[in-house]
Design a protein around this ligand. Structure first.
Ligand code: URP
Ligand code: ZN
Ligand code: ZN
Ligand code: ZN
Length: 475
């Protein structure tokens, strides 16, 4: 047993002084002032610290085969970096090659993730459509704890699906009570602009954002919102990076549509100036999709989080080292897309969000864990501090600072997009399943200690939507 004593517990709803008792099964046994110390119980002094739910990163790509490479953080190193930053749960993506079995890919990803040091779950991507996909979506939701399916509207010729597939998959997910996630960029437009740039001899990483301007994202966001609206289906848009997409989501919500938006910590604080780096690698390291944007887009993302129009923060953690990025030396379209971020998300949100007054501490908890737990239907097991919940906690030091560097981070990648940034607010101790896994700079993780988190379908919002559709259909 572990007693976290003397801290201030912060949830998405309230903050108050309370002790937290964790039992040997890895769950929270009690939350309250001045709890008794059971015999044989370890005590962790949380005096002066905030005790919050461990972060949930609902968008990561550990050891993901992508663009001819495999992302360099695996499930062990990536989840370890997460706990060093206060994140205790990830929802990663199973990505079947087009034409192959979803169930087979889910089994492959389950095997890869056995070495995770903290809890994990999976969205499963739909990358083509046929009867087997329809049937396996049913099996995954019924037997495998999957309640969300991912779709790429970009990456033409690889993962991209067209509107026909989107319609079928979103419709199928709706009948199963599962939520669809979408990477919203117009993949045909991107491919056209890429070819145009290459034909004009523009081959460097500065061409990457030119091939994916904000309108490419805005159009796709509007289109998938319209498609989901036709079907009466909720939809979750990943990595919203533009004011166009944020506005499309807000407008849909104002019409009564259930649309959710996710923001990456990277997009909140890094702008497209990074592509002007005269050093090829410096710019190539920032090649991710959607790309970094002109600074004014950041205001829309912060406003979306503060107002609740955008609900979650993630990292899209997808690491490629210098040698891997080099693969696009002569052609920016061959640079593996992705940036690291899992270790620093919580600190970036605290420093740039809470300390600037954009977010309250409770809103910080909402956007770093509680909202993701609710949307993906693992609340209150995750995302809050209450008896019966998993004992996944971060003991947050709101006033200490650290300077981010690849020289000291735990991510298995040779750079950090926040290099040199000094951030106030850090994870002093992280607890995963009732065990201290990070303490004062010391990683105490155990390979394979992470558990697979099953997520049931028909989350409260999905159930409400199903009722609403039935009423509208006169059923
Ligand atoms: O550039 C990115 N984001 N790489 C990972 C795949 C994706 O689009 O999420
Ligand atoms: Zn059907
Ligand atoms: Zn994406
Ligand atoms: Zn991604």
């Amino acid at each position: 047993m572990l007693l976290v004593r003397g801290g201030t517990v912060v949830t998405a709803e309230w903050s108050r002084r309370a002790d937290v008792l964790c039992d040997d099964a890895g769950r929270i046994a009690a939350v309250g002032p001045a709890l008794d110390v059971p015999v044989g119980c370890d005590v962790l002094d949380a005096g002066g610290l905030l005790v919050m739910p461990g972060g949930i990163d609902p968008h990561t790509h550990m050891e993901m085969p992508f663009m001819g490479s495999v992302s360099s953080d695996d499930f062990q190193t990536g989840t370890a970096a997460g706990v060093a930053g206060g994140t205790t749960t990830i929802i990663d993506f199973v990505i079947p090659d087009p034409g192959t079995s979803l169930l087979g890919a889910w089994k492959d990803w389950r095997a890869k993730a056995e070495k995770a040091v903290s809890d994990y779950s999976f969205h499963v991507a739909v990358t083509h459509w046929d009867q087997r996909v329809h049937d396996e979506m049913g099996i995954l939701t019924r037997d495998c704890g999957v309640n969300s399916f991912k779709h790429f509207m970009a990456y033409k010729g690889a993962l991209m699906v067209d509107d026909g597939v989107l319609l079928r998959s979103i419709g199928r997910a709706l009948e199963l009570g599962a939520l669809c996630n979408v990477h919203a960029e117009n993949g045909d437009a991107v491919a056209y602009l890429q070819q145009d740039l290459l034909a004009r001899g523009v081959t460097g990483p500065a061409a990457h954002p030119r091939s994916r301007p904000p309108a490419v994202e805005g159009e796709a966001a509007q289109r998938v919102i319209a498609i989901a609206g036709l079907l009466g289906a909720p939809v979750y848009i990943v990595h919203v990076s533009t004011e166009e997409a944020a506005a499309a989501i807000a407008a849909a919500r104002a019409r009564g549509q259930r649309v959710y938006g996710e923001v990456l910590a990277q997009h909140l604080v890094i702008d497209d100036g990074v592509y002007a780096d005269p050093d090829w690698l410096g710019a190539a390291r920032h090649v991710m999709s959607p790309p970094f944007r002109p600074k004014h887009h950041q205001n829309a993302l912060w406003a979306g989080l503060a107002s609740g129009q955008l609900q979650t923060t993630a990292t899209d953690h997808c690491c490629f080292c210098a040698g891997q990025k080099q693969q696009g030396r002569d052609d920016f379209t061959q640079i593996p897309n992705g940036t690291p971020g899992i270790e620093d998300r919580m600190s970036v949100l605290w420093h740039h969000g809470v300390r600037t007054g954009r977010l309250t501490p409770e809103e910080f908890v909402a956007v770093t864990s509680a909202n993701a737990a609710k949307i993906f239907n693992i609340h209150p097991r995750k995302g809050t501090v209450t008896p019966g919940a998993d004992a996944d906690l971060v003991l947050w030091d709101a006033d200490s600072s650290r300077t981010v560097s690849a020289a000291t981070h735990h991510q298995n990648v040779d750079y950090n997009v926040y290099e040199g940034m000094t951030l106030t607010g850090l994870a002093r101790h992280t607890i995963s399943g009732g065990r201290v896994v990070w303490s004062d700079g010391d990683l105490r993780t155990v390979r394979g200690a992470g558990r697979y988190v099953e997520r049931p379908c028909f989350a409260p919002d999905m159930a409400a939507q199903a009722r609403r559709n039935a009423v509208a259909a006169g059923r």
